[in-house]
Design a protein around this ligand. Structure first.
Ligand SMILES: [Zn+2]
Length: 293
């Protein structure tokens, strides 16, 4: 009996244990994991439903969107200031020389020499304008254009008055050509140019001749081709002395002005100055030097 009792006790203990173990099997300790901290276990249901509710939504730190580096506002390209086109300095419009605007009243003498490199601006072949109204020592002789035109008018008027045999002995001479003349004079007489107002000359030094301006013409005769004061007594010489001013010419070296001009009486040497000045000089019986005083 005692044995049976013990067996009963042991059996009871065993049963109790079994029950406990079954129970303990149903209890699941769930150690919350990091991200799940609540576990509800329903043990009265055979199939324990385990509901796991995440309580902590894994905080996903929203990776802050990298701040959008503000696109650097493109610095507006500075509109390159348009360098103003340099306004071209307007070329001075060369005023066409009117015949009347050219200064024919230049004074070339002992006190007013020409520049060593002086060359007149408007030289033309005299014959190309005057033609065969007169004869020429040199068919290629040149003159200032206006001077040639005035000479043509004068020679035509002379011809109309019956004046014949006019001859252009000399017209434009370059400064170098005049230098040769000066040289020959000096070779003959080294003192030739030394005292012109007391000993007037017939040829000027290289840079003092009116012939280098293109405004002077030596007019003689086909029958008197070289400088000769006797020309003054010829019909032609007289006509020129009396009428040249009407065409703008003056008898440049008058007989009674040698002490002023420093040049001997040259009845053949005519100088273009324009009608107005020539007329005044003729009427006042003065020379060009006096006209400028
Ligand atoms: Zn002359």
């Amino acid at each position: 009996m005692k044995k049976l009792f013990i067996l009963m006790i042991v059996g009871a203990i065993a049963m109790f244990s079994a029950c406990n173990s079954e129970k303990s099997d149903r209890i699941i300790d769930v150690v919350p994991e990091e991200s799940f901290d609540l576990v509800i276990v329903k043990t009265d249901e055979p199939d324990a439903t385990i509901i796991i509710e995440p309580t902590n939504e894994p905080t996903i730190e929203p990776t802050s969107a990298p701040e959008k580096t503000p696109e650097p506002t493109p610095t507006p390209k500075p509109t390159p200031e348009k360098t103003p086109e340099p306004t071209p300095t307007p070329e001075p419009t060369p005023t066409p020389k009117k015949e009347s605007s050219k200064n024919y009243l230049i004074l070339v003498n002992w006190d007013n020499p020409l520049k060593e490199n002086y060359v007149p601006s408007d030289l033309v072949k005299a014959k190309s304008i005057i033609g065969d109204v007169v004869a020429y020592r040199n068919d290629s002789a040149k003159l200032d254009r206006r001077t040639a035109e005035a000479a043509l008018a004068m020679f035509k008027a002379a011809k109309k008055d019956g004046i014949k045999n006019l001859f252009i002995s000399s017209a434009y001479r370059s400064i170098d050509a005049q230098r040769d003349i000066e040289k020959r004079r000096r070779e003959k007489d080294p003192t030739y140019f030394d005292d012109p107002y007391n000993h007037p000359v017939i040829a000027m030094p290289h840079n003092m001749s009116e012939h280098s301006t293109g405004l002077a013409i030596d007019i003689l005769l086909t029958t008197m081709r070289n400088d000769d004061q006797a020309f003054a007594d010829t019909e032609q010489g007289k006509w020129l002395a009396k009428n040249a001013h009407k065409y703008g010419f003056i008898l440049r070296y008058p007989k009674d002005k040698e002490h002023i001009t420093g040049v001997i009486f040259e009845p053949w040497h005519f100088r273009y100055v324009g009608v107005d000045a020539a007329t005044e000089i003729y009427e006042r019986k003065i020379c060009l030097e006096e006209y400028f005083r």
